[in-house]
Write a protein that binds this ligand. Structure first.
Ligand code: URA
Length: 259
């Protein structure tokens, strides 16, 4: 795409976002500096102003290298207002990779995923099926920087961030993926189907068994979703037991329970 095409698309997305999500245009005033994917012509190619390192510049050798790349990323407008980047945290050879939507205020302040109210509930949901971020999970998000006012990440933001998630997945090689919430499920499955239809069904993402369930924030808003979410988690646990027999042992050891 040329720079002008990107600018046009950005303006269109800004209009769509403000009508869909009621975001003030001010949030998008700071248009990212675009560079062209293909040359505009011999004289027209500007020096790219954001040449943030890309995970495509070579296979990332470690999760730390991915996190360092994310820390200096300016591939989308979310970099303008972030306090911290939130690459993800957890075990480096996890049974499960949990994927949420994007950092909120608490995560932006701390640099860690799922540390606010929703995060505390997520930890309880995971513990109910013998998972934790310290024993056998890694927790990451679709976007690594906070969308202003906790709005949904925009398509171009999710697109820009995807190589980081994919790099994390190839380094972590999780036995399975649990997507929490509509945004993560839709984005990873490349569908606009609602979470009501997507949850509780095993699929694959890049060849890895994948299931979606409700986002803990949704459960905090609507207690009626707790029952179907629990059914999803039980299904996830039984599949995980076949994928990684003994997956719960590190969790039980951590809790001082017999393994
Ligand atoms: N919600 C998310 O989806 N991710 C976080 O890290 C925090 C809240």
């Amino acid at each position: 795409m040329t720079v002008d095409e990107k600018k046009e698309l950005y303006a269109l997305l800004r209009t769509v976002a403000s009508s869909l999500y009621g975001c003030s245009a001010r949030e998008y005033e700071q248009e990212p500096v675009f560079s062209a994917d293909v040359p505009d012509g011999p004289a027209a190619q500007p020096a790219p102003e954001y040449s943030s390192p890309s995970v495509h510049d070579g296979a990332p050798s470690s999760l730390d290298a991915v996190a360092a790349t994310i820390a200096s990323c300016r591939k989308c407008g979310l970099c303008a207002k972030r306090r911290s980047t939130v690459p993800g945290t957890g075990c480096t050879s996890p049974a499960v990779l949990v994927i949420g939507e994007g950092p909120g205020a608490d995560e932006d302040a701390s640099g860690l995923p799922f540390v606010g109210r929703a995060g505390q509930l997520l930890d309880k949901m995971l513990a109910a099926i013998s998972l934790s971020r310290t024993a056998n999970c890694f927790i990451a998000n679709i976007v690594k920087c906070r969308p202003p006012n906790n709005r949904d990440p925009l398509p171009d933001e999710m697109y820009a961030c995807r190589p980081y998630l994919d790099a994390q997945i190839s380094l972590l090689r999780p036995a399975s993926i649990l997507a929490v919430g509509r945004i993560a499920a839709q984005n990873l499955l490349n569908t606009s189907e609602g979470i009501g239809r997507l949850h509780g069904v095993f699929r694959e993402y890049n060849g890895i068994p994948f299931m979606a369930t409700y986002h803990p924030s949704a459960l905090l808003r609507n207690a009626e979703l707790k029952r179907p979410a629990w059914e999803d988690l039980k299904l996830f646990r039984s599949r995980l037991e076949t994928l990684v027999p003994g997956y719960a042992e590190p969790f039980n050891r951590e809790r001082g329970q017999p393994v």
